[in-house]
Ligand binder design. Structure first.
Ligand SMILES: *Cc1c(COP(=O)(O)O)cnc(C)c1O
Length: 388
């Protein structure tokens, strides 16, 4: 089977991990800050907080922005459940803004409209979590303008988007947002096994996230509360945090992978260009790119519209699986999940995201995908459409 995504592990990656295993520190050692530095240097952000996974990163990002009961967080329905779960963990409510039919990212038109209604009704969100679907940045300048107008904060869910660029700068520069969160799950652009990293230019938010990552504990004397001089207070718990730390073993893999980030993204872009050319004549919709974005191509979704190509999405999906191509679907609109339905969301809420869900198929795209394998995927697609 050809998977839709797969990690690329080199001997250098293996050596880097082994070196940590035989060192003094498996966790809380020097490799975690070294990895944080590598990511912040690449992005041009000031602070990096490595965490056990991006879900944990989104959670402490919400906590740092004081998201809690009584608050509402808005995000895209076309995302993995973690984007909105992070707000639910804080006791907040979530709501969804429909997507743009061309980029599949949050729609600026729908967002503008919804904010105007919310302002009138006194129900503005505290935080917006735009998701850079497939690795193509959202229209961050427009989102920043709306944030300035309506006073909400911004967490970029950049789980797909390390190595992507927007308006000439890397995603993660945090020029238009408060915090950006990356994921290093094996299907993502670079991997640590499990892992994530939050970047920010705000030192107070960075400090809060560092503390929430490690139980809410500090050993910084200047922020500790006064206690009797004869007692040993080498740390204090100041807030209720979690153990969301990344280990040095994972960070070593991430640090080694970071040295190949550009190579990985170039390989993904090359595969996307090959698909663009090989599939151009077919009655399916290929991904569209905003002129100011340079996607990291975590995903390459095509839209299969039965009215246009005579094959249903499900038939197409099954035909490709039958031909040895493990295509996937990103995403089922979050609010259609049974858990979210129980929160009161109904089918029909975000029609563009629902239509996308009923047509989208993610094709294999990852650095190790050989041209011959990609040609096989293209042939399977042609056969599936021919069968109509
Ligand atoms: C993968 C992913 C996450 C969660 O990342 P983990 O590191 O697996 O916790 C969050 N949001 C999006 C859009 C993702 O694709």
């Amino acid at each position: 089977m050809i998977p839709y995504g797969r990690q690329d592990i080199s001997q250098a990656d293996i050596d880097a991990v082994v070196n940590v295993l035989i060192s003094d520190f498996l966790t809380q050692g020097p490799t975690v800050p070294a990895f944080e530095k590598a990511v912040t240097s690449f992005c041009g952000a000031e602070h990096g907080i490595a965490v056990s996974n991006a879900t944990a990163g989104l959670h402490i990002a919400c906590m740092a922005l004081d998201v809690g009961p009584g608050d509402t967080v808005w995000t895209s329905p076309n995302t993995f459940v973690a984007s909105s779960n992070s707000a639910l963990y804080c006791g907040a409510k979530v709501d969804f803004v429909d997507i743009d039919p061309q980029t599949y990212n949050i729609s600026i038109a729908r967002l503008t409209e919804k904010l105007a209604y919310a302002a009138r009704d006194g129900r503005l969100p505290k935080v917006l979590i735009p998701v850079h679907h497939c690795g193509q940045s959202c229209d961050m300048k427009a989102i920043r303008r709306l944030a300035d107008e309506y006073g909400f904060r911004i967490i970029e869910d950049a789980a797909h988007a390390i190595g992507a660029f927007y308006d000439g700068a890397p995603v993660g520069t945090c020029t238009y947002s408060d915090i950006t969160v990356f994921s290093f799950h094996p299907v993502k652009i670079i991997t640590t096994g499990e892992g994530g990293l939050a970047v920010t230019n705000d030192s107070a938010l960075a400090e809060k996230m560092r503390r929430f990552r490690s139980h809410g504990i500090t050993s910084d004397r200047s922020v500790m509360e006064a206690r009797p001089e004869n007692e040993i207070w080498n740390y204090q718990q100041m807030a209720l945090g979690f153990n969301y730390r990344m280990t040095d073993i994972h960070a070593a893999l991430g640090l080694s992978q970071m040295s190949r980030l550009t190579e990985f993204v170039d390989a993904r872009r090359r595969i996307a260009v090959r698909y663009d050319a090989a599939l151009a004549d077919l009655p399916i919709t290929l991904p569209w790119q905003m002129p100011e974005s340079n996607s990291s191509y975590h995903l390459y979704p095509v839209l299969v519209d039965q009215d246009r190509c005579g094959v249903s999405q499900k038939q197409f999906y099954s035909a490709l699986w039958g031909g040895g191509v493990a295509v996937n679907l990103h995403y089922i609109p979050v609010y259609l999940q049974p858990y979210y339905e129980k929160l009161g969301f109904k089918r029909g809420y975000c029609p563009v995201a629902e239509r996308y869900f009923q047509q989208a198929i993610s094709l294999p795209i990852f650095p190790g995908l050989a041209d011959s394998q990609q040609d096989c995927v293209v042939q399977q697609i042609r056969d599936a459409l021919q069968a109509a």
